[in-house]
Design a protein around this ligand. Sequence first.
Ligand SMILES: [Zn+2]
Length: 246
Amino acid sequence: MQLTVLGSGDAFSGCGCNAGYLVDGRVLIDCGAPVPALVRRAGMDLQRLRLILVTHFHADHTFMLPVVIGAAALADAPVEAGLVIAGPVGTREYVKRLLQTGFGHHIIELIRDTIAPQFVILDDGDDVEIAEYRVRAHAVVHSLGPSLAYSVTDPTGARVGFSGDSTLCPGLARAIRGCDLFVCECTGWGAPVPGGHLYSEEVAELMAANPSTQFLLSHLKERNALPGALIAHDLLTLDVGGRRQG
Ligand SMILES: [Zn+2]
């Protein structure tokens, strides 16, 4: 499994692009980053995109959705019909409103006639197979509800998790369990941060409780160090093995 960080920054600091992560060029998790341009810079294209997972509806995680869906539909060689857009309750209405606001009815019809996106609504504990990936959803506590963390497992058993935006909560702990790599938000360093986010000491607690999972810290306000953790930057690509470590 290959993970590419498209955006490693938090909402407002400019430390990196807003949230966006790509698994194998096929699964996009969140869409705050300028995904089409970054995907090209990473030497990939959007043709293989089969699934978009939305963690929650904040702008820094979703406002590029109309651009990505439009790019997938209107490219010279559009992605195959049946692109799945999955997220918490309200995702269908939210994405349609973004498309309507961003581009209007004409583009919505073109998107419907080319890739005909399918919506899948996920809830806490859901465990579904989409495009050959096993997706597990876990409700987490953030400043805006509903908010989901995910794990994504490929057919070889490699598993990567995504905190979305979250505080310390049982859903977050469940999302980390069994992951080879966990992409964990770390919005603050050394002191709590407002807005329902994690900071470095809390992330260190999670790492101590999950010694067989490699943590990759992202959603950064500034780039800093935490012993044992990897620190994300835009366009970082990592291979995630499927070997279980206990
Ligand atoms: Zn955010």
